[in-house]
Design a protein around this ligand. Structure first.
Ligand code: MN
Ligand code: MN
Length: 290
C-alpha cells in the first residue's frame, strides 16, 4: 500500500533531502576523513533541511555490505582505495526515502567495474518498474546487469517496499531471479538496491554495527528508554544521537532493542551498492532520489 496522493509531497521532499545528503556524504569521503565525521555531515544535511534521518548514515567499507554506522568513539579514517557505501535516508513525519551510492575513496578507478555493475543494475531494475510488474522481472534485470560485468549479485540482500514509519515493508525486491512471486502495485514506494561482489554472492552477520531499533513501544522500561522511543519510534537509531549521559544506559535498555550486525561478504569479496527510492506509476517508475 502506497501513500495517499495528498501525502506524496512529503515523500518527494524526504527523497530530495536524502539525495542531497547522499551527495554530501560522497563529497566528504576523502582520504584521511574520519568516518564518524562523514556520518555526522550526512545527518546534519538532513536535519538542516528540516527532516530527520530515517536511519543512521551507513558507511560500510570494502567487504562490509551494509549496516555499519560509526560509534560515538569511532576514530577510524578513510583510506585511498576504500570502497565505501554511502547509504542514507531521511524522513518527514514518517515519509521515508532510502538511497545509496558507492565511492572509491580518493577517486581512483581500481573498483570501477564494481561501481559500474551496480549503477547499470539499479538503472536496469528501475527500467522494469511499473504497476503490475512481476518483481521477478526487476530481479532478473538486476542480476543480468551484474553478471554482464563478470560479478555476482548478493542473493540474500534485497530492495523493499517502504511504508510510513516502516523502512522495510511487506515486499522484498531480490537482486537475483527466481526468489519472488510478488507484483508491484500503482502508488507503492520501492527501494531498488542492487549489491554486486567479486566474492561468494552472499552476506553473513559480522560484529554489531552500532545500529538498534525498538520492535515496539517498551512498557515500563524507565525514562531513558521511554524518551528514546518517543524520539525514534520503531526506526533505526544509534548511540551517537543521544547525549553521553544516556549512552551509559545502553546496557540496561538493550533488552528492549533489536540490534543489527554488520553484513559482511561471506567470501571476503568487495561489495558495491547503489540504491534509489522509486514511486510505482501506471506505466513506469518515478525515481524520487535522483
Ligand atoms: Mn534500502
Ligand atoms: Mn539503503
Amino acid at each position: 500500500m502506497g501513500p495517499k496522493p495528498e501525502e506524496l509531497g512529503r515523500w518527494r521532499e524526504a527523497a530530495r533531502i536524502s539525495a542531497e545528503a547522499r551527495r554530501a556524504g560522497a563529497r566528504a569521503a576523502v582520504p584521511g576523513a574520519r568516518r564518524r565525521d562523514v556520518a555526522e555531515a550526512i545527518e546534519s544535511v538532513i536535519r538542516s533541511a528540516g527532516a530527520e534521518p530515517a536511519f543512521p548514515a551507513n558507511l560500510s567499507r570494502n567487504h562490509e555490505a551494509a549496516h555499519y554506522t560509526p560509534s560515538p568513539g569511532d576514530d577510524a579514517l578513510l583510506e585511498a582505495g576504500d570502497l565505501l557505501k554511502v547509504d542514507v535516508g531521511a524522513h518527514l513525519d514518517g515519509a521515508i526515502a532510502d538511497t545509496a551510492v558507492t565511492v572509491e575513496v580518493g577517486g581512483g578507478q581500481r573498483h570501477r567495474h564494481l561501481r559500474d555493475a551496480v549503477h547499470d543494475a539499479v538503472e536496469a531494475g528501475i527500467g522494469e518498474v511499473r504497476a503490475g510488474v512481476r518483481v521477478d522481472d526487476i530481479s532478473r534485470a538486476i542480476e543480468r546487469a551484474i553478471h554482464a560485468h563478470g560479478l555476482k549479485p548478493i542473493r540474500n540482500l534485497t530492495g523493499h517496499t517502504i511504508e510510513r514509519y516502516l523502512l522495510h515493508a511487506g515486499k522484498a525486491i531480490p537482486n537475483a531471479a527466481g526468489l519472488s512471486a510478488d507484483r508491484l502495485e500503482e502508488g507503492e514506494i520501492v527501494a531498488i538496491e542492487p549489491f554486486a561482489t567479486n566474492g561468494a554472492g552472499m552476506i553473513e552477520n559480522g560484529p554489531f554495527g552500532n545500529i538498534v531499533r525498538f520492535r515496539r513501544e517498551p512498557d515500563d522500561a524507565g525514562p531513558v528508554a521511554g524518551g528514546w522511543y518517543r524520539r525514534f519510534k520503531t526506526l533505526p537509531f544509534t548511540l551517537r544521537w543521544v547525549p553521553p549521559s544516556e549512552q551509559k544506559e545502553f546496557g540496561k535498555v538493550r533488552r528492549h532493542l533489536q540490534t543489527y550486525a554488520v553484513f559482511v561478504e561471506q567470501g571476503g569479496g568487495l561489495v558495491a551498492q547503489e540504491e534509489h527510492t522509486v514511486l510505482v506509476g501506471s506505466s513506469g517508475g518515478e525515481v524520487l532520489t535522483r
